[in-house]
Ligand binder design. Structure first.
Ligand code: DOR
Ligand code: ZN
Length: 343
């Protein structure tokens, strides 16, 4: 197959930041995807409907004039989120979910939930109004090994949530382990997961073999090969519980190549091409459309997109950088060849 036409995909997990960084990255996403769920971990975090709508307007203003892209907004769940906030989200067409970060789990997560029980009344309201909860699923206590944090979250926290709120729709974001795949496969139909391109393409050797490679460092961190294989199997299985969410997370190059480098891979420059690469390696390009374009809208109960994109089998080299100075970012696979190209 040298040409692949798909219903236009959506990115169900995306960081675009704000200000100048937003203007630098947003059109990479908008040229491929019709919609994206925008993460709320700004400084300060997006915790109110007013803030989310103002942020959405900033995103719309940063789009290229001819683009037709719909940012779907989220609120950041904190210890101070109120039932009235949930009621306001239920009234909004533009805000479609809340994001739960355990405090300290990742970039700008200090305002996250300090103890799960504190969120129970709000989760009850979300279940009642049928608003999806998006979860960064890692335990945070420093005694836990970083490679075990996702598995321990499933065992200690997520099973409590799914039992207590059986009708709450939950997306376990950026799953990285075979245990997470198994959890989602065996959970109710209300539980789904996103998978990033880096977790489909690489295992943890990519960060550490032959030297420290900060541009492969994200959270949850890349895992062993057996986990990558489990993720590939899930993504290419046709199971509608698994769908595309890049977790593209731009950080300036100087803050990644640093003695304490930031977590996050920037993949928006080539997201659908990177997924095509992963599916092609598995001889499963026929499963890409379900994963990229159908399962997500079906889970979120949004219409499937009408228009199409075409990928052609043509190699191109990823630039070493995008942007300049303190805004320069180093994309995933910088300087490497990608064999699929968006037409
Ligand atoms: O690697 C990550 N980067 N993981 C996250 O959960 C957050 C993201 C970011 O915002 O930089
Ligand atoms: Zn994320």
């Amino acid at each position: 197959m040298d040409k692949l036409t798909l219903i236009r995909p959506d990115d169900w997990h995306l960081h675009v930041r704000n200000g100048e960084m937003l203007r630098q990255v947003i059109n990479h996403t908008a040229r491929q995807f019709a919609r994206a769920i925008i993460m709320p971990n700004l400084k300060p975090p997006v915790t109110t409907v007013e803030h989310a709508l103002a942020y959405r307007n900033e995103i719309l203003a940063a789009l290229a004039p001819d683009s037709n892209f719909n940012p779907l907004m989220t609120l950041y769940l904190t210890d101070n989120t109120r039932i009235t906030d949930i009621e306001a989200v239920a009234q909004s067409e533009q805000i479609i979910a809340l994001k739960l970060y355990p405090a300290g789990a990742t970039t700008n997560s200090d305002a996250g939930i300090s103890a799960l029980e504190k969120a129970f009344p709000v989760l009850e309201a979300m279940q009642k109004y049928d608003i999806p909860l998006l979860i960064h699923g890692e335990v945070t206590a420093s005694e836990y090994d970083i490679f075990d944090r996702e598995r321990l979250f499933l065992e200690q926290k997520l099973c409590v949530l799914t039992e207590k709120f059986p009708d709450l729709r939950i997306v376990l974001e950026h799953v990285t382990t075979e245990e997470a795949v198994h959890f989602v496969e065996t959970a109710s139909r209300h539980v789904a997961a996103t998978i990033t391109p880096q977790h489909l393409l690489f295992n943890r050797n990519a960060i550490l073999a032959g030297g420290i490679r900060p541009h492969y460092y994200c959270l949850p961190v890349l895992k062993r090969e057996k986990h990558r294989v489990a993720l590939i199997k899930a993504a290419t299985s046709g199971n509608p519980k698994f769908f595309l969410g890049t977790d593209s997370a731009p950080h300036p190059t100087h803050l990644k190549e640093n003695s304490c480098g930031c977590a996050g891979c920037y993949s928006a420059h080539a997201a659908i091409e990177l997924y095509a690469e992963a599916f092609a390696q598995e001889n499963a390009l026929n499963k890409l459309e379900g994963f990229a374009s159908l399962h997500g809208p079906d889970f979120y109960r949004l219409p499937r997109n009408q228009d199409r994109i075409t990928l052609i089998r043509e190699s191109w080299r990823v630039p070493e950088h995008y942007g300049q100075g303190t805004l320069q970012i180093t994309p995933l696979q910088a300087g490497e060849e990608i064999r699929w190209k968006l037409q």
